[in-house]
Design a protein around this ligand. Structure first.
Ligand SMILES: Nc1ncnc2c1ncn2[C@@H]1O[C@H](COP(=O)(O)OP(=O)(O)OP(=O)(O)O)[C@@H](O)[C@H]1O
Ligand code: SF4
Ligand SMILES: [Mg+2]
Length: 354
């Protein structure tokens, strides 16, 4: 149940038409506006997008972790045959932390300041009856060591405030992996880490992903990290999925003007240069549902139709030479009225039209 047309049988999570609204004293905020995405077992999906684009809210909402003022107003989130958005909280709690591990963006949200580190890594294993106490202790120590935490025996007895921000983030990752989850949801899991530790943590996650066929959804601001570890990337803007494709397509054949702008504002993923092109304008906070394309105000390609009609997420045609036919591909999806022209221009689109 729940698997949409064309999805592989090993699809683990299938989110469709997700909408999230926050109530604010001065009116609603439309944070997620019809986002659809999926992840397969063993696959690593990266989520990119500027601050406020709805990355965290999309993930928190399917975990049932929106604050009191947040509400899912539409959508489905099928996880291994169950719609997470319709499960009672009691049932969801048996999945969260056990079958879905979570690394929160905010370190303070992820760890209990009054509980020692070792106890926090053991907690999900004991709570979900994953194993006995002695084994949980051994596993916790092994996970802390795996995360590159020096002297794990000592750190096991530390409180979170005794650790650096980077170490706390690694402890959170250990907590998330404690019960061998099928899916890891990690919101900026390596942002606070220095480069060496970042590589180490990513390697551990990559190994865990491969060994257990664990699927990973990782939010990151770092296109370089996404390019190195992700199988596919999803680009979000104004709570909508603008483009989703395999990482090689993201690098070689981006089809959305926002993806191009985002790439140009970061490390040049192909040439490892840093062109300092910033995206003109700012990301909107939507006080009403988007009517046309929410990127139109900032887009050099915007035409009348863009302001009138919201572009649906559609499969992009394969290059005629590669596919033989130029038929639509189910690998690469894009929400742009002018995607064909954009993909034809490639990176020149950013430079030429400015
Ligand atoms: N509790 C809340 N109450 C009201 N609005 C909220 C709340 N949480 C998020 N929002 C709004 O929802 C939108 C999406 O926020 P979200 O946290 O998902 O962004 P993000 O893409 O994760 O950004 P960042 O990269 O900064 O983490 C933003 O406009 C944000 O202001
Ligand atoms: S739909 Fe129009 S405004 Fe939106 S990204 Fe495409 S060209 Fe730009
Ligand atoms: Mg966020």
């Amino acid at each position: 149940m729940g698997l949409g047309m064309g999805l592989a049988p090993d699809t683990l999570l299938d989110v469709r038409g997700l909408e999230v609204v926050f109530a604010q004293p001065d009116g609603p905020v439309y944070a997620v506006n019809g986002a659809s995405f999926h992840v397969r077992r063993g696959e690593w999906l990266g989520i990119l997008g500027e601050s406020g684009s709805g990355k965290s809210v999309s993930l928190l909402s399917i975990l049932g972790l929106l604050g009191d003022n947040g509400r899912v107003t539409a959508g489905e989130a099928w996880f291994d045959g169950e719609d997470l958005l319709r499960l009672p909280e009691r049932h969801l709690r048996t999945i969260r932390g056990r079958r879905i591990g979570v690394v929160f963006q905010s370190v303070s949200a992820g760890l209990n300041p009054f509980l020692r580190v070792g106890a926090q890594v053991m907690e999900p294993m004991l709570q979900h009856h994953f194993c006995g106490k002695a084994e949980a202790r051994q596993r916790a120590l092994a996970l802390l060591a795996e995360m590159g935490i020096p002297d794990p025996e000592t750190r096991f007895h530390s409180f979170p405030f005794e650790l650096s921000g980077g170490m706390r983030q690694r402890v959170m990752t250990a907590v998330a992996l404690a019960c061998d989850p099928d899916l890891l949801i990690a919101d900026e899991p390596t942002t606070a880490l220095d480069t060496t530790v970042q590589v180490q943590v990513l390697r551990v996650l990559r190994d865990a992903c491969a060994r257990r066929r664990m699927a990973t959804i990782m939010v990151t601001h770092d296109i370089g990290v996404a390019a190195n570890v992700c199988d596919r990337v999803l680009v979000m803007y104004a709570g909508m999925v603008m483009e989703v494709c395999p990482i090689d397509e993201f690098i070689e054949r981006p089809a959305h003007p926002y993806t191009l702008a985002l790439r140009a504002s970061h490390l040049d993923v192909r040439h490892r240069r840093k062109p300092l092109v910033s995206i003109p304008g700012t990301a909107p906070v939507l006080r009403e549902p988007p009517r046309g394309c929410p990127f139109a105000e900032r887009c050099a390609f915007a035409a009348d139709v863009c302001r009138r009609e919201r572009p649906p997420l559609m499969p992009l045609a394969e290059p005629a030479a590669a596919a033989g036919t130029g038929a639509p591909s189910d690998r690469h999806w894009v929400a742009c009225h002018r995607a064909k022209e954009v993909v034809a221009l490639g990176d020149h689109a950013v430079v030429d039209r400015r």
